[in-house]
Design a binder for this molecule. Structure first.
Ligand code: ARG
Length: 589
């Protein structure tokens, strides 16, 4: 379907053209004086100079042409030359009817869908997820869903940190604790045990212990470096142990991500890029892009137009080791070969901005991507505590994501049993989980990703204001009205929308009509916060209508059925929106 505002603008353009003016002047915007009108057009002001006429005269000419318009109920020219517009309720209702009958409410699908890889999550093996991983997961998941909803082919990749020194450290520590294991016996040729010699919690303790020791003891560190090297060059026992580490860790990560309603299509990691590195490095050398600098292999990425210094991208350290940037470049090569990606979007902390700038420039220079492949880093800000500093536990440590989720669920649980005494404990717990997730995700996503924000449990879990629970509450309210309506034996039909009878109803309808422009814009700009802002406005418009209208008590059955249709559409639009944000609504709360 054509976007609502486009249709309105087209009508206005016709008015300008018929009055003998340039139709381009007929651009319509949402009114910035909602007390006076619904939409407005400032084209007459813009045309004054060109036509050497008072803007008000132009506005009057245009208004006269639109007197019988089916789109506008009112076109008034007001000094000094604005066109104030009110829509014809029939036009709005027929637009909504078509929305209700269309797939995805008439959202336009791309003629040529893009293949988009979203790189998000980025957890590191053997380290528990902490709050720093929350934003990558929550924003990335939503960006993936928004692009997919808009008709693109989207692949979400977790890009595990599963390579490098952290692996050598774990292997070294294990070799001290359990030297009798066959993994450490270089002459062992049998089959290694199928069971891992550790649990997740042991693994999570082993890594920081090893890391601590390596900082104090150079010999220990040397061993770990050696183990890393041997692992990377394929030592059988270390590979087998590494497989265990990955399996145990990934199993746990999947559980944690599932609690966040986050799901990846690919569980690839930095290690998958490793076999691609040598060939890519050879190519970089052969093309003359990479050169030696102080023993290291680097690619210069500074450009003339840069206003600050962009250091060369280091491809190999002087000891020949590949680095973070090397892995990312090889991963780009892999993604282009596997998917011929049109976009690769990275949802990673904004502190890694320089890294991505360097990587993207090398990728372009080296022709790793197509000319028109979009490489985009969505750099997100920090989640802060109420003190404005990065969020910490009460003891000042890094908060595990698990505990953060637990805290918010507990808070939600308390609120639920306070307001609903009859609820069973089990239902209260389940509901708390569903609403808690909405509180957490909406609290994050409603902020522009690049901004820092304050994690505030009290505010996020409130049923009032710009919060996830408020949105869910609105959906639940609609569900309950629809259920009561169904109890009377009536059937609801969302396509039976009728022209609005009052301002609140019309407002709600115009808000609904803005859906597809909002959704395609959220995709273009990879901006989940736009979806949040939209559903907050929509929920407000609905609640205002609800408070002013006695829906179920209405005696005119046809009128009632029209309202029910409007409720159905509102509910479905809200549900699709929260689905792309990555959470859902309970039936009751
Ligand atoms: N594991 C990395 C970290 O903890 C994040 C990975 C982000 N993705 C990427 N392709 N570099 O910092």
């Amino acid at each position: 379907m054509e976007k609502f505002l486009v249709l309105i603008s087209e009508e206005m353009k016709k008015g300008f053209a018929q009055a003998g003016y340039d139709e381009e002047l007929g651009r319509v915007t949402v009114s910035n004086r909602p007390d006076l009108c619904e939409y407005q057009c400032n084209g007459a002001m813009a045309g004054a100079k060109k036509y050497r006429k008072a803007p008000l005269m132009i506005a009057n000419d245009v208004a006269a042409q639109l007197a019988d318009s089916k789109v506008f109920a009112e076109v008034s020219a007001v000094a000094p030359g604005f066109l104030n517009l009110k829509l014809n309720p029939d036009f709005v209702a027929s637009y909504l009817k078509e929305m209700a009958e269309s797939d995805k409410f008439g959202l336009q699908m791309p003629e040529v869908p893009r293949t988009i890889v979203v790189d998000y999550g980025g957890p590191n093996v053997a380290k528990p997820l902490h709050v720093g991983h929350l934003r990558a997961a929550v924003i990335g998941e939503s960006v993936k869903r928004i692009c997919r909803y808009n008709g693109h082919k989207v692949i979400g990749d977790v890009h595990l940190g599963d390579w490098g020194l952290q692996m050598g450290l774990i292997i070294t520590e294990l070799s001290k604790r359990q030297p009798q294991l066959p993994y450490f016996d270089a002459s062992f040729e049998g089959e290694y045990p199928a069971e891992a010699p550790f649990t997740v919690s042991e693994l999570e303790e082993i890594y920081p212990t090893a890391s601590g020791k390596s900082k104090e003891d150079p010999a220990y560190k040397e061993e770990a470096l050696q183990a890393t090297l041997e692992l990377q060059s394929g030592r059988r026992g270390y590979r087998a142990l590494w497989d265990h580490i990955i399996a145990v860790s990934v199993g746990d990560l999947k559980k944690n991500y599932a609690n966040l309603n986050v799901e990846f299509d690919l569980w690839k990691g930095e290690s998958d890029a490793d076999p691609i590195v040598p060939g890519m490095v050879e190519d970089l050398k052969a093309s003359g892009l990479a050169h030696e600098s102080e023993g290291a292999l680097v690619v210069d990425v500074q450009e003339e137009t840069d206003t600050k210094e962009i250091p060369p991208c280091i491809i190999l350290k002087s000891d020949g080791a590949a680095l973070y940037a090397t892995t990312d470049l090889a991963t780009i090569k892999d993604r282009m070969e596997s998917f011929d990606a049109d976009s690769i979007i990275y949802v990673v902390d904004k502190r890694q901005e320089m890294h991505f700038m360097q990587v993207f420039r090398v990728a372009r220079k080296a022709g790793l991507v197509k000319e028109d492949t979009l490489l985009k880093h969505i750099g997100f800000g920090t989640m802060n505590g109420k003190d404005g500093k990065p969020f910490k536990t009460r003891e000042g440590g890094v908060m595990r994501l698990e505990y953060l989720i637990r805290d918010i669920n507990e808070e939600m649980y308390k609120k639920i049993i306070e307001s609903r005494h009859e609820i069973s404990e089990e239902e209260a717990k389940e509901t708390a989980k569903v609403i808690g997730l909405a509180a957490l995700k909406y609290g994050d996503l409603s902020n522009q990703a690049s901004k820092d924000y304050v994690f505030d449990v009290d505010r996020f879990t409130s049923f009032e204001g710009d919060t996830g629970p408020y949105i869910l509450y609105t959906i639940v309210r609609i569900k309950s009205i629809l259920a009561k309506y169904a109890e009377t034996g009536a059937m609801s039909d969302k396509t039976g929308i009728k022209p609005a009878c009052n301002a609140a109803e019309k407002d709600l309808m115009m808000q609904l009509a803005a859906f597809n422009a909002m959704m395609s814009n959220a995709c273009e700009e990879t901006a989940p916060h736009k979806v949040c802002a939209y559903i907050y406005d929509l929920a407000n418009a609905f609640n205002k209508f609800y408070h002013e209208t006695r829906i179920l008590a209405e005696e005119d059955e046809a009128k009632k059925a029209g309202w029910i249709a409007l409720l159905c559409l509102t509910k479905e639009v809200l549900e699709d929106c929260i689905e792309v944000l990555g959470f859902s609504a309970p039936d009751r709360m």
